[in-house]
Design a protein around this ligand. Structure first.
Ligand SMILES: Cc1cc2nc3c(=O)[nH]c(=O)nc-3n(C[C@H](O)[C@H](O)[C@H](O)COP(=O)(O)OP(=O)(O)OC[C@H]3O[C@@H](n4cnc5c(N)ncnc54)[C@H](O)[C@@H]3O)c2cc1C
Length: 502
């Protein structure tokens, strides 16, 4: 008899949501996490009294998360104290001008009208279109599997309204915005958010143009830091007997007769299980943890052809006083063309932009939750655009200079006197993410999220070549993000209920 019904490799959101759901179903579940902290990219660490989020800094589109907690017999809002963020964000133009976008659609319409009367007139049409799209797409895409074309057909059968929005998969984020808005000043407030999908506006599939709209239905910050979400999933799982071992990296998935049988740990120990759920990047899972010898040629080819996604250098900053910022999130106003050019002229050549031409996001988390820093102090995360492969150098050699140059620029041009307020700076480069969280090339969302890496083209929740093996996390449908990876855990769980004796 196997030691466990299910072993979960990785305590990221996808791993913990599938693990907690399986434990709630009565299975004997063990989660194995290689690091000393749960949550992966959605986590929080403390240094000298300042709490910094490792990656994710807000949660939005919470319907799939609510569903998972409902299946666990509780309520998301009872498990995690969610602080609403309003204003939603502030846009910082390079000439020092700023605009603030509030949750209210009417207030935002007024801001758009003040930038361009013509675009202001189109704001309502834009909202009506994206409201309908959001209602359809969240239900249709985030709760159901997309492993096969049969799954895709079922999606449409269950939700025929999806047909109306299928053509948006053939156009881009940029196309949809340019349909509604003509003023560059307005478009410059909306280009950056395509990067929430890890892609520039010209490559991001059209449906994700709903992000700047969906934020108006609410964005939240969990009191105590983003780690409160994985902690809540773990707590629910543990009530149902889920076990977790930290610093327990998995070296191999044991496959015999085409079926996963358990895992071998990096310390040499072996643990058997009927089911294995992997929360690690699927390319690494198939090529390293399983090994090419167990893969049919088509899987080998398919897995090798997946393109790793965007990576970032994140700068965690402690401040001794309140920064000159206006909202939880502030980002640089940037044109669609600049973001597209960054992709083609810099990501692909490895030549970094000079700091004063770079742009990015500043997350002022202690604006929402003052418990994150000592009294009167603050924490911000500064996130300039960056990428993994640098021409002629690497991140271990380049990180300090990159961080210094960008903080100098921000302090000079965007957030006056920031440098004088700084008490500590820590940075996580793409290479650090790779080492610490085992994200290949620091890839935030596992793979690109363009149309060729979506739904049925992403590795499936139920392995097509190894029985008893399931996948959760950003490398499988519906992709990267806090709600989507939690949804992926629910999709893996449903696949297990359908296919295994539980
Ligand atoms: C900088 C950054 C900013 C982001 N901002 C946002 C945001 O604001 N909002 C949002 O919705 N999303 C955001 N995201 C995305 C979101 O955080 C991720 O998509 C999501 O948390 C990934 O979850 P996951 O389940 O794929 O697991 P991961 O977070 O990748 O965790 C996987 C876990 O598996 C462990 N592991 C790996 N290999 C092994 C092994 N061999 N053995 C044992 N354990 C192993 C890792 O240590 C890790 O803990 C951001 C991500 C980053 C990096």
């Amino acid at each position: 008899m196997a030691d466990y019904d299910a072993i979960i490799i990785g305590a990221g959101l996808g791993g913990l949501s599938s693990g907690a759901l399986l434990a709630h179903q009565g299975l004997k579940v063990l989660v194995l996490e290689q690091s000393d902290r749960i949550g992966g990219c959605c986590s929080t660490f403390e240094r000298n009294g300042y709490k910094h989020d490792v990656g994710a800094s807000i949660v939005e589109i919470i319907q799939p998360i609510e569903k998972v907690f409902e299946l666990l017999g509780t309520k998301f809002q009872d498990e995690v104290d969610l602080i609403p963020c309003d204003p939603l964000f502030s846009v910082m133009y390079r000439n020092g001008e700023r605009i603030t976008i509030e949750k209210s659609l009417e207030a935002t319409g007024e801001v758009i009208s003040s930038l361009s009367a013509e675009d202001g007139r189109h704001w309502k049409d834009f909202c009506d279109y994206f409201q309908e799209m959001m209602d359809v797409l969240i239900d249709a895409l985030f709760f159901v599997p997309a492993d096969t074309f049969g799954d895709m057909a079922n999606m449409i059968k269950k939700n025929p309204k999806l047909l109306k929005f299928l053509p948006t998969f053939l156009v881009t984020y940029q196309d949809l915005f340019q349909k509604y808005f003509k003023s560059n000043k307005v478009l410059d407030t909306m280009a950056y958010q395509s990067l929430y999908m890890g892609m520039p506006p010209a490559l991001t599939p059209g449906p994700f143009a709903m992000i700047p709209f969906t934020e108006h239905s609410g964005i939240w910050y969990p009191r105590g830091g983003m780690i409160k979400i994985p902690e809540a999933l773990l707590r629910c799982g543990q009530k149902d007997g889920l076990e977790i071992r930290m610093k327990a990296g998995v070296k191999k998935v044991v496959v015999k007769g085409g079926r996963s049988q358990g895992v071998v740990l990096e310390d040499g120990g072996e643990i058997t299980s009927r089911i294995v759920v992997s929360n690690v990047n699927p390319q690494r899972l198939y090529l390293e943890l399983i090994g090419e010898e167990h893969l049919p040629w088509l899987t080998k080819r398919g897995v090798k052809s997946l393109v790793l996604g965007k990576s970032l250098c994140m700068i965690y900053v402690g401040l001794d006083s309140k920064p000159d910022l206006d909202a939880h999130h502030s980002y640089t106003a940037v044109s669609m063309q600049e973001v597209n050019d960054f992709w083609t002229n810099h990501v692909e050549t490895g030549i970094m932009l000079p700091a004063e031409k770079n742009y990015g996001l500043i997350c002022w988390t202690s604006h929402s939750d003052d418990s994150l820093a000592p009294k009167g102090h603050h924490v911000i995360n500064v996130i300039p655009e960056s990428f993994y492969h640098l021409k002629g150098t690497n991140w271990d050699a380049y990180k300090d200079q990159f961080v210094d140059d960008y903080l100098d620029y921000v302090s000079r041009d965007l957030v006056p006197d920031l440098k004088g307020q700084i008490t500590q700076v820590i940075a996580s480069s793409p290479m650090d993410y790779e080492r610490n969280l085992r994200l290949p090339e620091g890839s935030l969302y596992a793979f690109n999220q363009d149309a060729t890496h979506q739904a049925v083209f992403r590795p499936s929740a139920k392995s097509k070549c190894i029985d008893g093996l399931y996948l959760s996390g950003s490398g499988t449908h519906p992709g990267g993000g806090v709600p989507t990876t939690i949804a992926s855990g629910m999709i893996a769980y449903n696949k297990i209920l359908q296919n295994e004796k539980v």
